[in-house]
Design a protein around this ligand. Structure first.
Ligand SMILES: Cc1cc2nc3c(=O)[nH]c(=O)nc-3n(C[C@H](O)[C@H](O)[C@H](O)COP(=O)(O)OP(=O)(O)OC[C@H]3O[C@@H](n4cnc5c(N)ncnc54)[C@H](O)[C@@H]3O)c2cc1C
Length: 384
């Protein structure tokens, strides 16, 4: 086992870190206050190859290995979870899913513009009545000759309003249960789906979250991703890749909490010495450091399996569960260390706490990760 990063991995991490420090972190508070989607930042990320990291170069990507992909995602997550969410959806839920399940023609058509940032992608699985139990989708797809007619609503769709491409899941035959689900690529120029932004969120306020309105959208059969009936498998494989990205982003949040807390605790004095000189404060910092290291190593273990093309659902779920819970604890400790100032957006730690909260909900809640992990341990499915 080798924990050293290669020179190429160090280099891509530095590139992402420099970009995040210079271009993402400085405006994060203002974007959070004004709920401004970071479109200008995405434009700057594309030429650096940051929107197509792990996609092979022949399809417009950068051909990064999965550890490098995690390093980039961690650095972006360290600066702003809203930007990181856009990136996770674009790369991990949309691009990697098309790469895995698309025909050659679909890969050539969709991947280059996504990697160049000319098109923003979104992933539409969740519905108003269906979240964790994705086998029960109500959005319907009815075959009409060479086309499908999609009807339904998707909700909580990140990037939904700004998307030019939507990967959506719909039920073709309710009598078949999850084996009736199919996946479709909706090209907004042609399929003209509507969206409605969701506001008033606790965190992730500059990430776009929207409803997708699918009112009899006509989709050519050529836009079907995978076979009819593969939709559920496709969604689960997408989540394997999305969870990895969320886990890496959560490590970034936890690291940001350490950085902010160390800076504050070594400078602020109480009772004649820096906060870090008080053992109860030092303990909080030590807890953050240990848990962040552990989370990062779990992410790298899952990434190593991905690099080797080996099954990694269990390891990815463990990484996602641990990293997202650790990030929340780190953010809570970071606020505590900042005292009253931690409660104000004068310091970034309250945003880290608000933004960290959703990591424990989306791409499979903490409970769903636990059920996946326990299923691997016991062989008994306690989910359904
Ligand atoms: C900001 C944000 C962005 C999102 N982005 C996207 C996106 O881009 N695309 C997308 O498709 N979705 C997205 N989602 C939706 C997200 O994935 C769902 O909210 C999540 O999967 C949970 O589904 P739910 O909200 O319907 O909760 P429910 O499924 O109703 O669950 C409610 C609670 O019950 C628990 N629960 C449910 N079933 C079980 C069980 N069997 N055992 C134990 N506990 C259980 C859950 O863990 C949870 O605590 C996003 C959500 C948010 C908040």
């Amino acid at each position: 086992m080798d924990f050293d990063l290669t020179p190429e991995q160090e280099e891509i991490r530095k590139l992402a870190r420099d970009f995040a420090d210079k271009e993402i972190a400085p405006g994060a508070r203002e974007r959070d206050r004004t709920e401004t989607f970071p479109a200008d930042i995405l434009k700057k990320m594309a030429p650096l190859g940051l929107l197509g990291g792990p996609i092979p170069e022949e399809y417009g990507g950068h051909g990064l290995d999965y550890i490098s992909h995690a390093l980039v995602t961690e650095e972006i997550g360290r600066a702003d979870s809203s930007v990181r969410t856009t990136l996770s959806v674009q790369i991990s839920l949309v691009e990697l899913t098309i790469l895995k399940w698309g025909t050659e023609a679909q890969k050539k058509q969709y991947l280059p513009p996504l990697c160049r940032g000319q098109v923003i992608g979104c992933f539409g699985l969740t519905e108003p009545e269906v979240g964790s139990d994705a086998t029960k989708l109500r959005t319907s797809a009815k075959r009409e000759g060479t086309h499908w007619i999609l009807r339904g609503r998707k909700t909580w769709i990140s990037n939904g309003s700004v998307s030019g491409l939507a990967l959506v899941f719909a039920q073709t035959d309710p009598s078949k249960g999850h084996k009736g689900i199919a996946a479709f690529l909706l090209d907004r120029d042609k399929q003209k789906y509507e969206s409605q932004g969701l506001h008033g969120k606790l965190g992730l306020r500059s990430s776009d979250s929207s409803e997708l309105i699918l009112d009899d959208i006509r989709v050519p059969d050529a836009n079907r991703l995978g076979e009819v009936g593969d939709g559920f498998k496709i969604a689960m494989s997408a989540l394997d890749s999305g969870r990895y990205s969320v886990a890496a982003g959560a490590v970034g949040v936890a690291q940001a909490c350490i950085d902010a807390s160390v800076a504050y605790a070594t400078q602020r004095q109480t009772f004649g010495k820096p906060l870090a000189g008080h053992q109860l404060v030092a303990e909080m910092i030590a807890d953050m450091v240990v848990e962040t290291d552990a989370a990062r190593l779990l992410v790298w273990r899952a990434g190593d399996l991905k690099n080797k093309g080996r099954p990694n659902t269990r390891e990815t779920s463990i990484a996602k569960l641990y990293a997202t819970e650790a990030a929340q604890r780190a953010a809570d400790n970071a606020i505590q260390i900042h005292g009253g100032y931690g409660f104000s957006d004068e310091f970034p730690v309250e945003r880290y706490w608000r933004d960290a909260r959703v990591n424990r909900l989306y791409e499979g809640t903490t409970q769903i990760q636990k059920l996946i992990i326990s299923r691997f341990a016991t062989g008994i499915d306690a989910i359904s």
